[in-house]
Design a protein around this ligand. Structure first.
Ligand SMILES: Nc1ncnc2c1ncn2[C@@H]1O[C@H](COP(=O)(O)OP(=O)(O)OP(=O)(O)O)[C@@H](O)[C@H]1O
Length: 255
């Protein structure tokens, strides 16, 4: 089986603390995966290692069969690995459209700074960028709010805006760190629908860290459970939900 992403035998320590102890992860293209586990299990560290923000002490990462272990986050982004963070990374004083346009300018050869210095009419492709940005907003259900300021959006829609900005990179793999944190039930359901649609319509591969079990169980193809830096279990939602080890370590008695 050729995987879109493969991480093999990943080890990582901070000081004397072993945070990842030989983790393996394989993602097929076009599927949604979840990474779950108790606080401090190493989930964010693993995501950081996959997108290049952290380097593993040992172990290798392959994207499309090519080793990317020593590539920078920028080079991984160019190859198609996009990432959102636990804390929002949006420009609150800009409109939704401008937020996505900045992401689009940033990846174009002329660069964002040049565009800003040249002003609104300095870039011959301004109109094209605008309409592309609008398409990404529509993909996450925010097309009708393009002109609003990001700071005026409710939490759920700010999360969706962050995803629209990540889509501007035209990723093949989208890494999401707790996208449902701070969202209410209705917002979380909508987020799930958006992620499913992106996956089904564009074949986008998604790996999300998430504590909201309803979302995880509803949208995931397979789930990896991390516990104390090791993979405790890996499998489809129905299997994970009834795994006695997982229930003991993480899910508790309610499932
Ligand atoms: N840069 C760092 N320096 C030192 N320790 C770190 C660093 N990053 C993470 N850690 C430690 O590594 C452990 C794992 O953290 P990590 O954020 O990966 O866990 P997590 O599973 O994502 O937790 P949560 O669900 O709370 O976000 C924690 O004990 C954390 O304090």
């Amino acid at each position: 089986m050729a995987y879109l992403l493969e991480a093999t035998n990943i080890f990582k320590s901070f000081g004397g603390l072993e945070v990842l102890k030989g983790v393996n992860l394989s993602l097929e293209e076009g599927k949604i995966y979840a990474l779950i586990g108790p606080n401090g299990a190493g989930k964010t560290t693993l995501l950081n290692i996959l997108n290049g923000l952290e380097k593993p002490d040992s172990g290798k990462i392959f994207f499309h069969g090519k080793e990317i272990t020593s590539l920078s986050p920028e080079n991984r982004a160019k190859m198609g690995i996009a990432r959102t963070f636990q804390l929002l990374e949006i420009f609150t004083e800009l409109s939704l459209l401008e937020n996505v346009m900045v992401a689009l300018f940033a990846k174009k050869p002329w660069g964002m700074l040049k565009s800003l210095f040249l002003g609104e009419f300095g870039n011959p492709r301004e109109g094209e960028i605008k309409s592309q940005a609008l398409t990404y907003l529509e993909e996450v259900g925010l097309g009708s709010k393009a002109k609003e300021l990001a700071k005026n959006l409710p939490a759920g829609e700010q999360k969706l805006l962050e995803i629209a900005r990540a889509l501007a990179l035209e990723p093949r793999l989208l890494l999401l760190d707790e996208p449902a944190a701070g969202l209410n039930h209705r917002e979380t359901r909508f987020l799930g629908e958006v992620l499913k649609r992106l996956n089904e319509k564009h074949g986008l591969t998604i790996l999300l860290i998430e504590h909201d079990m309803e979302l995880v169980m509803n949208i995931s193809f397979r789930i990896t459970v991390l516990n104390f830096g090791e993979v405790l279990a890996e499998g489809p939602p129905a299997e994970i939900q009834r795994d006695p080890e997982v229930i003991k370590a993480y899910l508790g008695e309610e499932l």
